[in-house]
Write a protein that binds this ligand. Structure first.
Ligand code: SIN
Length: 289
């Protein structure tokens, strides 16, 4: 397939005022990006953590090919992928669905894995006329804003992650009674735990970020349940303060790519009665340090 003609100088990066989140225009993601353009996209992504590309009507093959330009696919457990597309999840909610919309809790994707995905890419196919935004929290600025005393306390801590709360055999999805179009696979596998540093260092920017979430973090090593619950509760409130959150509004055919190493996200509802369809891939990541 021919590479596109775009040059690194022709792409436009328009950041939000906070610097967290940026739109990228001036390229066509349906064709392989030349190395300098790909480098510019990677740099913008590292710098702004959430980047979105409007007006990119991608086929499944093109979404997969762009994902692979960023890195190898991650492993997506507990959700049946699209037929014949083992690396694409369809996040689909029908107009008559009453089950809570998928992703409606702050989390970083698959943080219970030994090597959680570095990136998630979400491509909008059908966007409801109201609601359905995705909220992103900047865990780097949230860390930076803490006092030095709190940073010192957190820096050596290890948080324990697990998929049990959503995907375990007694978890939220196991207990669900309402119809859900997405095929969720609840499993004892979800009850495994995985330790990660509570503060992780971004492998590209070298910046520190808080790495815990109410969906997947189940405790802090060496602390009682009450101690970790109090500390994690404080951190969740802090990380999701308005000043650290960007509310992303979708348009059809928009591709958004976020960095799971330094952000949390939350899928907002508010679109009952309307169809919403998104296609999602992940890019493999490293062991958090
Ligand atoms: C997710 O990946 O958690 C869902 C995001 C969304 O549907 O907005």
């Amino acid at each position: 397939m021919p590479q596109q003609a775009a040059k690194a100088e022709s792409i436009h990066v328009t950041p939000n005022e906070s610097g967290f989140g940026a739109a990228i225009t001036g390229l066509d993601l349906s064709k392989p990006l030349p190395p300098d353009v790909l480098e510019a996209v990677r740099a913008a992504w590292a710098h702004h953590a959430v980047v979105w590309f409007p007006d990119q009507p991608l086929t499944h093959d093109e979404l997969e090919a762009f994902t692979l330009q960023i890195g190898p696919f991650g492993h997506d457990p507990f959700i049946a992928p699209m037929e014949g597309r083992p690396h694409i999840l369809e996040l689909r909610r029908e107009p008559d669905e009453k089950a809570r919309n998928f992703g409606a809790g702050w989390h970083s994707d698959w943080s219970f894995q030994d090597r959680p995905p570095a990136a998630t890419l979400l491509h909008s196919k059908v966007v409801p006329p109201v609601g359905g935004d995705t909220l992103y929290a900047d865990c780097t600025r949230a860390y930076d804003a803490l006092s030095d005393t709190m940073k010192r306390l957190l820096d050596g801590l290890v948080a324990v992650h697990s998929a049990a709360l959503p995907y375990g055999t007694k978890g939220v999805f196991a207990q669900e009674t309402e119809k859900r179009t997405m095929k969720i696979i609840v499993s004892e596998e979800a009850e495994k735990t995985c330790p990660h540093p509570l503060v992780r260092t971004h492998p590209v920017t070298g910046r520190k970020a808080l790495y815990v979430s109410p969906v997947y973090t189940v405790g802090i090593e060496g602390m009682t349940y009450e101690e970790s619950a109090a500390l994690l509760g404080f951190l969740y409130n802090h990380m999701t303060r308005d000043e650290f959150v960007y509310r992303h509004k979708w348009q059809p055919n928009m591709l958004t790519m976020w960095d799971n190493r330094c952000t949390l996200h939350f899928a907002d509802g508010g679109y009952d009665g309307h169809l919403r369809v998104m296609h999602r891939t992940t890019v493999a990541g490293d062991v958090p340090h």
